[in-house]
Design a protein around this ligand. Sequence first.
Ligand code: KG4
Ligand code: ZN
Length: 351
Amino acid sequence: MLAPRSTSAWTPGPILGIETSCDETAASVLATDGSVLSNVITSQHAVHQRFGGVVPELASRAHIESIEQVSSEALRQAGLGWPDLSGIAVTQGPGLVGALLVGVNYAKALAYALNIPIVGVSHLEGHIASAWLQDPSFPLPCVVLVVSGGHTHLYLKDPLGHCRLLGATKDDAAGEAFDKGAQMLGLEYPGGPAIDCLARQGNRQAIAFPKSQLKKGSLDFSFSGVKTSLLYTVQAMPEQLRISQSADLAAGYQEAIVTILVEKAFAAVQACNAPALAVVGGVSANSRLRQLLQQRADSAHIHLSLPPLSYCTDNAAMIAAAGRQALRAGVRASFDLDAQASMAAPFAQAM
Ligand code: KG4
Ligand code: ZN
């Protein structure tokens, strides 16, 4: 097995994070103390928009075209040169395998050329790490709700940084429900931001959608009922009516999804007697979700971490942050590091 030349002691210094798991090519540099020096993201939305979703082969090609430029720009904005880097963190999975391979191979080539250690990071662990990017002293234990295009997972993160799964979606992820709902309403990809935007002009009480709680006390989620309900509602409407009521439909549909998320997140906080809640992942950018979470956290006196929007959707600062924890804990990848399309989160490392 070919290993990086400097595998043993790691001299802490700036870290480059690289993220290419889906349709964003991102690179970020963290300073030695973990603060974010740069966070560069190139979105491929324009490439995929006319297909209504991400086309894996086009995603890989777009990553290849932009990864060098995005990484150089992250260094430039950080005011550093390649020799200043002390380590590289790259998303290893889960994600689109062709897209992941671009980041992993680029990162391995860089680590080899610069003779610095490299670690592969779970995308999920990256999202979780984003909750501590702005405030590294945000308290533990903490309930963490990860809501993205592929995940709706509730964890309890203990004071040692270990995560325990409390609940997860039984069917669609919340982001998927947003994206599929947007398609039914004839909105553009990506659907979550489109529904968020349209819902601001609508009446969230005009059209009610079911809020599935599953069985009493369960911390699992289900979004298939609300999605099917939107489908039937839209199919039963003449096109003109659907168009004229699209803002109310978006507002009601969004309200059902975010209510489920808020209810379950605070049920978990209560069940674990946790003083803090962090909500991360692309859907945490949703304006109505943020509003409800903040109101509820204020009235229950719960510490709430809602990362700024640039850390909610896919970014490389979160990957660098998770990688920094791993490097500090002595984790090193070999040059056999490979992309893993369905990688499970190895939640064993301490913060
Ligand atoms: O974390 P992320 O960027 O990528 C994944 O790891 O999946 O999350 C993407 C998901 C998409 O489903 C997108 O529609 C959703 O996050 N999203 C939103 C908003 N912004 C992004 N959903 C609702 N409201 C938003 N403002
Ligand atoms: Zn993500």
